[in-house]
Design a protein around this ligand. Structure first.
Ligand code: 5GP
Length: 141
């Protein structure tokens, strides 16, 4: 993958061509639940600026993305009753990146609850919906 593909899966989510469980949106970013969550509340924050990875985005866009990550992560953690939160970001297939549109993972962690393997299973749609509602309730506080 050498150039940004405007039809990648996250670009399609941004265009509204594919549904998502949206948590937050502003002019520059969108946050939604990961469809194959590694823990309950696993969310992704993406830029609206088209960028493949950390190295393809403007400094301004990166700042806005990370500001949203910093603000959302503790709220997601609270909503699912987690004690910690893992922030993850992959660059390049060899590093584990599978969708080539810049995104940051917010993965709530609970004592004694292991991470599900990456890409292991699609979440039950009702479960994802319930988790999104819990998170939106905290975001609205
Ligand atoms: P990466 O390994 O590129 O950092 O992670 C991409 C993430 O996107 C994975 O955790 C995967 O589960 C998630 N993902 C892939 N396709 C979709 C989709 O269509 N909708 C949502 N919500 N997440 C997706």
């Amino acid at each position: 993958m050498t150039a940004y593909d405007p039809d990648n899966i996250f670009a399609k989510i941004l265009k509204g061509e594919i549904p998502c469980h949206k948590l937050y949106e502003d002019e520059d970013t969108l946050a939604f639940l990961d469809i194959m969550p590694r823990t309950e509340g696993h969310a992704l924050v993406i830029t609206k600026e088209p960028a493949m990875d950390l190295f393809g985005v403007s400094q301004e866009g990166l700042g806005k993305l990370m500001t949203v990550v910093q603000s959302l992560a503790p709220k997601i953690k609270k909503a699912v009753g987690a004690e910690g939160v893992l922030i993850q970001q992959f660059n390049g297939a060899v590093a584990g990146q599978t969708v080539f549109h810049l995104h940051v993972h917010i993965v709530p962690r609970k004592e004694g609850v292991p991470l599900r393997p990456e890409g292991a299973a699609m979440a039950d749609p009702e479960g994802l919906k319930a988790t999104a509602e819990k998170i939106r309730a905290v975001l609205g506080e």
